[in-house]
Design a protein around this ligand. Structure first.
Ligand code: CIR
Length: 255
């Protein structure tokens, strides 16, 4: 169960965020509205939401998930692999210091890189995508830190997608939403898999919070599959974030 979430408002420069999506530029006013709706959905799941002010210096800074990994035992400040995003961690450190004591805040050190979108938590075990953003050194550092706290991690090489959780997301109770390159991956064969069809691939990134699941608007088959698992679904429109490769999980840290 989660009690807290941290989000950061999108800044006007978000329209120039990194993208491969080819869906045009985000509409900033609509993105702000969608962000408010996202926060309301988190609150409806029973978490207290800390809302950080927008930071115009970093177009992608609303995607706070990439700057940290928050667990019940410690917080990790990452070292984002995207050069334009590295500076985002500076403002996250003091925020996490209000929730974790200094000796429970860990850091990924260069040349290691890691982005939180590549980290999927399944209980005390963490899957770590090796991507253009997260390298082997970063993943190794994280695994060593996990072991120090009695937890574990394993690496999952990625081929085509941005982040691990772009293509696979854990919905608790052994349920895994899974798409594309991960469908045949034996790493995930022990999960109860909910395959996401290529037309709905964006919806492979859903967000379980305290028994409810946030699902992006516009993906009826995935929504239905999650409802059939017995979860209450909260539909959240993230169309403007999708235009800059962002999904539901990217917009918050949950702990
Ligand atoms: C980026 O490319 O870094 C942003 N435009 C999107 C980040 C999405 N974050 C995530 O999947 N955790």
């Amino acid at each position: 169960m989660f009690s807290h979430a941290i989000v950061k408002k999108p800044c006007p420069a978000m329209i120039d965020g990194i993208t491969t999506a080819n869906l045009g530029k985000p509409d900033y006013a609509l993105a702000l509205q969608q962000h408010q709706d996202y926060v309301a959905a988190l609150q409806a799941c029973g978490v207290a939401v800390t809302q950080l002010e927008a930071d115009e210096a970093f177009p992608d800074s609303c995607f706070v998930e990439d700057t940290a990994v928050v667990t019940k035992k410690f917080a990790l400040i990452t070292n984002p692999g995207a050069p334009s995003r590295k500076g985002e961690i500076q403002s996250m450190i003091p925020v996490l210091q209000t929730f974790y004591s200094a000796d429970k805040i860990e850091y990924i050190q260069a040349p290691g890189t890691l982005e939180g979108g590549d980290v999927m938590m399944v209980g005390d075990h963490f899957y770590i995508g090796l991507s253009h953003r997260t390298n082997q050194e970063g993943a190794q550092q994280f695994i060593r830190i996990l072991q120090k706290y009695g937890m574990s991690g394993e690496m999952v090489p990625l081929h085509t997608i941005l982040h691990l959780k772009t293509g696979v997301s854990y919905q608790e109770n052994n349920n895994l939403l899974i798409s594309g390159e991960f469908l045949q991956n034996p790493t995930f064969s022990h999960f109860h898999q909910i395959p996401v069809e290529p037309e709905e691939a964006y919806a492979a990134n859903c967000l379980w919070i305290n028994g409810k699941v946030l699902v992006p608007a516009g993906f009826p088959h995935t929504q239905k599959a999650i409802e059939q698992l017995g979860y209450e679904v909260l539909v959240v429109d993230t169309s403007e974030y999708r235009k800059i490769d962002g999904g539901l999980s990217c917009l918050s840290l949950r702990f």
